[in-house]
Design a protein around this ligand. Sequence first.
Ligand SMILES: NC(=O)c1ccc[n+]([C@@H]2O[C@H](COP(=O)([O-])OP(=O)(O)OC[C@H]3O[C@@H](n4cnc5c(N)ncnc54)[C@H](O)[C@@H]3O)[C@@H](O)[C@H]2O)c1
Length: 344
Amino acid sequence: MNAAILGTGSWASAFGRHLAHKWDRVVLWGIVSEQVDVINTTGTNPDYLGDLLLPPNLRATLEIDEALTGADAVFVVVPSQAVREVSRKAAQSVALSAGVPFICLAKGLELGTLARLSEVVAQEVAGSTVGNAADGGEHPVAVLLGPSHAEEVAQEMPTAVVLAGQPGYDWKVWQEAVAGPFFRVYTNDDLIGVEISSAFKNVIAVAVGIADGIGTGDNTRGTLMTRGLAELSRIGTALGGRPETFFGLAGVGDMITTCISRHSRNRNFGEAVGRGEHDPQEILDGSIQVVEGAVMTQAGLKLGEKYGLELPITKQVHDVLYSGKPPRQALRELMAREPRAEHD
Ligand SMILES: NC(=O)c1ccc[n+]([C@@H]2O[C@H](COP(=O)([O-])OP(=O)(O)OC[C@H]3O[C@@H](n4cnc5c(N)ncnc54)[C@H](O)[C@@H]3O)[C@@H](O)[C@H]2O)c1
C-alpha cells in the first residue's frame, strides 16, 4: 500500500512515520523546501519531531504529482484553513487515481463557510476530472480524529482514534489499514459529531491554558472542561451530531488530552496569554505551528449567533484573544453569570 500525505508538519510526519511501518511507501507533500530537503537528507523533521528518525520508506516532495502517483489513499494533514486549497490541488492532479479515498486529519471548520472539513474536501474532490461518478471513481471522504498528540504517536505511545466517513462506503477496510500495534482505530458513523467535537475542544483547551496562566488550580480546570463539553455538545447537537459522540474519543477523550497535556499548543498558547506577557496576536505570530483553537473561537461565535446557542466560555476566550479583554476579567465574568441548573 502507498500513501500520499499532504503536509510536512508535526502530525503529517508522526502519522507518516506510523504508517510507514506497515505500508510500502509513504510520501509527504509539502510547500517548504527546507522541510522537504531535511526530511530526505537526514531522515528527521527537526522543526517538529526533534531527532526522531523517520523510516527509509518515508520521503518528502515538493511535487504533488509525485506524492499522488500510485497512492492508495490521500491523507490531508494541514491546518484547517488550508484544507480547501490543498484538496483542490490534489483533485486537479493528473496523478490522482480514480476512487482513491481522502482521509482528513485536520481539526477545525472552514471559517468563511463554517463547513466541516470533510465537506470542504468532498466539495473539492467531487470536481476532480479523474475521479468522477461517470467512471465509478468518486473519492470517498473520511476523517481520522481523536486524542493523538504527534509527539506521542511518533514515540509509539498507545493511542486510540476514530475513523468517521461518508455513509455508503466500507470504512472497515481503512480502519484496519491505518491501525497498528500502538495505534488503535475505532469507527463511528456520526461524522458530524466527530468533526464538531474535534474542532471545538481546542477552544476549551485555550480557556484551560488561560486559567493555568492566571494561576488557578485543578478545580478551575475540571470546571472549564465539563462546562466546555456542554458548549461543544450544544454546537454539535444543533448541527446534527449525536450526544454519545461528545462522550467518545473525539469528544471528551480529546478534550481531556488537549486540556492537560504539555504537548498541547492550544493549551500552551492559552497559558502564555493568561500570563499576560505578550499580546495574543504576537504569541500566535511567533508560533511555527498552527493554533486551531484561536481560529475556532471565531467559528464558535458565528455558530452561536446562527443557532442561538449560549457559549459563555467561547465568548470570553474570543474577547480575550480578539478584543483585548484582560484574562482575569474574563474569568470573573464567567463566575458572575446568573445562577442556573447544571443540565438545561
Ligand atoms: N500536531 C498534532 O499533534 C495533531 C494531532 C492531531 C491532529 N492535528 C491537526 O492536524 C492539522 C495539522 O497540524 P500540525 O500539527 O501538523 O500542524 P503544523 O503547523 O505542525 O504543520 C502544518 C503543515 O501544513 C503545511 N501548510 C500550511 N499551509 C499550507 C498550504 N496552504 N498548502 C500546503 N501546505 C500547507 C505547513 O507547511 C506544514 O507542513 C491541524 O488541523 C491540527 O489540529 C494535529
